[in-house]
Design a protein around this ligand. Structure first.
Ligand code: AMP
Ligand code: MG
Length: 445
C-alpha cells in the first residue's frame, strides 16, 4: 500500500520536532580563542563581569551639570575637565559644570550633560542657550543600565558573530566555551561521477554535490567529512555506510529515486535488517556481520519519511540509525536526491535544521517576503511546494518589499542558475500562476 507523502509543512514539522528532541542533549564543549569564535555556538552563558556601563557614561561631548541649574540659562562656572579613560571626577560643586568628553565618567553630583553645540562658552563659564531645557538623565547612560554585574547577557545556543564577540570582549572573555562542531559524513553516490580534478569520460560528470554539501555543512556550523564516492552497487554502498557510522550526521546524495540503480534506501535498511523488509515508518532490527572476527552489530534503522511533496527534492529520505555499541545519540541521515538543485534545496530545508540542533542551536530554513518583479510564467507541478531559483535585490524596495526576479533555469540540474541566484521563490502547492507585483515568500540562502 502506498502511503501519501507528507507535505512540505508536515515534513518540516517532523524535522523540527526531531531537532527539538536533539537539543535536549547538548553536544560536548571546547574552548576557543575569542578571535576564532565567529560561526561557533556559545556553550556556557556569557556573564557581565561588571556593570555595563561600569560608570555613568556621557554619550556626548559637552558639560556635565545639574539639569535644573542649567535650565535656568544662568552662566555656570567650568570646575574641571574629564575625558574618556580618566578616573571619575567630582563632586560637582553647586553652580558649576564639568567639561566632559563622550565615553567619560560623569562626575558625582551631575545628573545631565549639556551638548557642546547647545551652550555658549565665555570666560570659564557656560550658559545653556535658551529656549533649550535639559532634563535629568539627558545624555547619560546610568551605571548598570545595560546590564548588572553577574547577569546573563547571552544564553548557551547563541550563534557567535561580530557583535557577540564585541560583547564578550567588553566582558573580558579572551576565550569562549563553545559546542563541538558536529561531524557530517557526506557520501556522494553514482557510477557517473568523477572527482573535480579528473577529466570526465563519455557520459561521466564531475562530482559537484560533495564540495557543495561540504560548503553548506561548514556554513551551517558542521565539520564536513567527505567520504569516497560510492558506486551504484550494493557492496559499495554497504561499505560506505559502515564507514559513515562514526559521524554525527550522514548526508547522502543520489540514489534515492525510483530508478534501477537507486540503491541507497535498501542499503540503509540493510544496516538494520539481514534481509530486506518493510521499512517505511517502522523499526527494523537486524544483525550485520563484518570483519575477520565476525563481530555482530545490531542497529535499528527508522525511516521518518521517504519522500516529501516538494519540487525539486521529492524523493528525499530522512531517518535515523540507532547504532549498536554507541550508547550516545542515534545517527540521523538524509538521502538527498542527486540533482544538484534538489540536493541544495533539501539540505537547506531539512538537513541544516538537524545540523544546527546537533551543534547546540536552534536553526532551520529562513524565509522572507518579497515582491515578484515579473510574472512567473507557467508554473510546474501543482500539488507540490515548488522552489524556483531566484534573485532578490535587497537594495531596492517597492511597497516596502525587495524585488524578486526568477533566474532562468533548465531544471534541477542547472548549476549556473543556482550560482546566479541568492534565494528560492517558494510556490505554494495550490498556486498555478504568480503575477508581477504579487507578494511572495522566499527561502534565503
Ligand atoms: P540520482 O538522484 O542519483 O538519480 O541523480 C540524479 C541526477 O543528479 C543525475 O543526473 C546525476 O548525474 C546527478 N548527480 C547525482 N549525484 C551528483 C553529484 N554528486 N554531483 C553532480 N551531479 C550529481
Ligand atoms: Mg544516481
Amino acid at each position: 500500500m502506498k502511503t501519501e507523502l507528507p507535505s512540505y509543512t508536515q515534513a518540516a514539522a517532523q524535522v523540527s520536532e526531531f531537532a527539538t528532541r536533539l537539543r535536549q542533549t547538548p553536544p560536548s564543549t571546547e574552548s576557543v580563542a575569542l578571535g576564532s569564535s565567529a560561526g561557533r555556538v556559545l556553550a556556557h552563558p556569557l556573564l557581565a563581569d561588571r556593570d555595563q556601563p561600569p560608570f555613568p557614561r556621557s554619550t556626548r561631548d559637552g558639560f556635565a551639570c545639574r539639569a535644573a541649574e542649567a535650565s535656568k540659562h544662568k552662566p555656570l562656572r567650568i570646575a574641571g575637565s574629564i575625558h574618556a579613560g580618566q578616573p571619575p571626577a567630582g563632586p560637582l560643586p553647586p553652580g558649576a559644570v564639568w567639561e566632559i568628553m563622550t565615553g567619560a565618567a560623569v562626575p558625582a553630583g551631575a545628573d545631565a550633560v549639556a551638548m557642546i553645540e547647545h551652550v555658549e562658552v565665555s570666560e570659564g563659564h557656560i550658559r545653556l542657550l535658551p529656549p533649550r531645557l535639559l532634563a535629568a538623565g539627558e545624555n547619560i547612560v546610568a551605571q548598570g543600565a545595560q546590564a548588572r554585574a553577574g547577569s546573563v547577557l547571552l544564553e548557551p545556543g547563541t550563534l557567535i558573530g561580530a557583535s557577540q564577540i564585541a560583547l564578550a570582549a567588553t566582558c573580558g572573555y579572551a576565550n569562549l566555551e563553545v559546542f563541538a562542531r558536529p561531524r557530517v559524513a557526506i557520501l556522494a553516490t553514482g557510477d557517473e561521477l568523477v572527482a573535480v580534478d579528473s577529466e570526465p569520460g563519455p557520459g561521466q560528470i564531475r562530482n559537484s554535490n560533495a564540495p557543495m554539501l561540504a560548503a553548506l555543512v561548514a556554513e551551517a556550523g558542521g565539520e564536513p567529512w567527505v567520504l569516497s564516492t560510492a558506486a551504484d552497487t550494493a557492496e559499495a554502498l554497504d561499505a560506505a555506510l559502515a564507514q559513515a557510522l562514526d559521524a554525527d550526521l550522514l548526508v547522502i546524495s543520489g540514489g534515492v529515486s525510483a530508478g534501477k540503480f537507486d540503491l541507497v534506501e535498501p542499503a540503509l535498511a540493510r544496516l538494520g535488517a539481514e534481509s530486506r523488509g518493510p521499512h517505511e515508518q517502522v523499526f527494523v532490527r537486524g544483525v550485520e556481520s563484518r570483519g575477520p572476527h565476525e563481530q555482530v552489530f545490531v542497529h535499528e534503522v527508522e525511516f521518518h519519511f521517504t519522500g516529501v511533496r516538494i519540487q525539486p527534492g521529492k524523493p528525499l529520505v530522512f531517518g535515523e540509525i540507532q547504532r549498536s555499541g554507541h550508547s550516545a545519540r542515534a545517527l540521523p541521515f538524509f538521502g538527498l536526491p542527486g540533482n544538484p538543485l534538489s540536493s541544495a534545496v533539501t539540505f537547506m530545508l531539512f538537513a541544516s535544521h538537524v545540523l544546527a540542533a546537533l551543534g547546540g542551536r536552534d536553526g532551520g530554513p529562513r524565509f522572507a517576503s518579497a515582491r515578484l518583479a515579473v510574472a512567473a510564467g507557467k508554473l510546474p507541478k501543482a500539488g507540490l511546494t515548488r522552489f524556483l531559483p531566484a534573485s532578490c535585490d535587497f537594495s531596492t524596495s517597492t511597497g516596502g518589499l525587495p524585488e524578486l526576479a526568477l533566474v532562468r533555469s533548465q531544471g534541477s540540474g542547472d548549476l549556473t542558475a543556482l550560482a546566479l541566484s541568492n534565494c528560492f521563490l517558494v510556490v505554494p502547492e495550490d498556486a498555478r500562476h504568480l503575477e508581477a507585483g504579487d507578494f511572495v515568500r522566499i527561502l534565503l540562502f
